[in-house]
Design a protein around this ligand. Sequence first.
Ligand code: M6R
Length: 611
Amino acid sequence: MCGIVGYTGPREAYPVILKGLKRLEYRGYDSAGVALLDGDLNVYKKKGKVAELEENMIGTNMHAHIGIGHTRWATHGEPNDRNAHPHLSQSGQIAMIHNGIIENYAKIKKDLLAKGYNFKSDTDTEVLLNFIEDIKKNNNCPLEEAVRIALKRIVGAYCILLIDKDDPHTIIAARKGSPLVIGIGKGEHFLASDASPIIEYTKEVVYVNDYEIAIVRPDELILKNLGNENQTPFITKLDMELAAIEKGGYDHFMLKEIFEQPTTIYDCLRGRLDTEKSTITMSGIQQYADKIINANRIMIIACGTSWHAALVAEYIIEELCRIPVEVEYASEFRYRNPIIHEGDVIIAVSQSGETADTLVAIENAKQKGAIIIGIVNAVGSSIARVSHAGAYTHAGPEIGVASTKAFTAQLAVLTMAALKIGLEKGTITKERYQQLAQELADIPEKVEAVLKTDDQIKKLAEKYKDARDFLYLGRGYNFPVALEGALKLKEISYIHAEGYPAAEMKHGPIALVDEDLPVVFVATKDSYHEKIISNMQEIKARKGKVIAIMTEGDTVTPTLADDIIVIPEADEIVAPMLSVIPLQLLAYHIGVAKGLDVDKPRNLAKSVTVE
Ligand code: M6R
């Protein structure tokens, strides 16, 4: 949560920072602000989105070659101008932005209040900033040194950037738990929460590690650890194009990302799945194949949409590999006392690779001897780096807050991994392996076909947009898809929606059913089909409105459903990659029909880097 940007070099800093903030706005949009240093240190900040800050800046002096900017997802203190970042230290000498949470801020604030410090905001950030200033003053030391001393006494997570009036070319940055990327230009440096604000200027970046402090000047980047020892910056080349982070003619990133899925799934399979040679090449998985094959169980840890992908994977891995799988919410896993044995295999699934709960959960499990396999989209992200091995999903940057293309790419990777392990373990036959490999290879084309239902779904959205509640039902592999459909609708349209296993509906939710309740059935042709048809009848008998996602050629579903969306036939193991797409489109079109900002739904942020 929160996006941070910094620049030092010969360019005008404000346009670079503003553009960067727009690219990072998916990380939080409660307020935005910039600090520009040009002799004077000026801070401009505003509640609301970056566009409101931009509007507010018109007519002000924006000239500076160094600056920092922030887009906020509020933790401490309500979203307002006062709590917006950057914050200025008591003396007005230092400006700071922060992504994270300082857990022991209350005690530090109490001490600073006793020393006569005043606070203009309710934030933990302003406390850390004044703590740093106090140390700098008392020790008569450079800012870098004060930051190091302060951070050793801080409990919590942070990525901070500071500029000091007395040092007009230098940005001091540090991270623990919240991401920081530094772009290396010619005589200039760019700092950001992810590479999207940087890609336009340079492809050479350094991912800063936890407990590192960066001293960044136009022509110099010094990395140190908290013990003041120099660290060698490891330069990575970005494999990303600017077009990937722009809307490309679509009204919203979410729609663009839904429509990218034939390509993203193809990219994910490309170079790995070879149906002619009948091979799947995944070096990260291969390296640990023996451990996975011999594992007594696999645990999958994730949050949100990634957790739903993990639930589908549970069904797939148990079916193909006959290994027991437990799927855990990362936030629950990290705070209980889970039983982990040396050599247990834990799969972490995450689009951003920065989700705090998932990251800490795997760090804890790693310490207890578990093998961590990361299924991650964002290259170079924290979860990818903490994992022993893994596989990238190659879906490209996902900007829309609602996760769409990441989900189908996660399913593609997890299915390939299960197929590979199943074959090596001997729990599936060569014939079934080849059949499923072909089914996987056919998915991109079938997704194209599903996307042709877009106009029809738009009409459905108009019809149902005023419903107060929705129920989503599915069975087997499609049960997690029902959960995912409900999550998409909730976050984009603010309509209350519940996902349920279709048969479990009889044990409570059926009480909700009346003629006003739309019930979305994910009812593709699979081994549960007859059963789900019975559940549909139960809803119809109570006058519920049935919207069915059904397979081409199914003649029964249309006799029961009020509305149908027809998708191509596919094996039940790969079907979720198709059946989820109409649900993504339905949520999108309902959100748009209600006039909502689907790319930036209220209260949410793309990357949840706080617990
Ligand atoms: O980046 P991650 O996959 O770890 O994120 C997990 C969740 O925060 C994320 O899926 C969230 O639920 C999305 N808003 C869902 O659309």
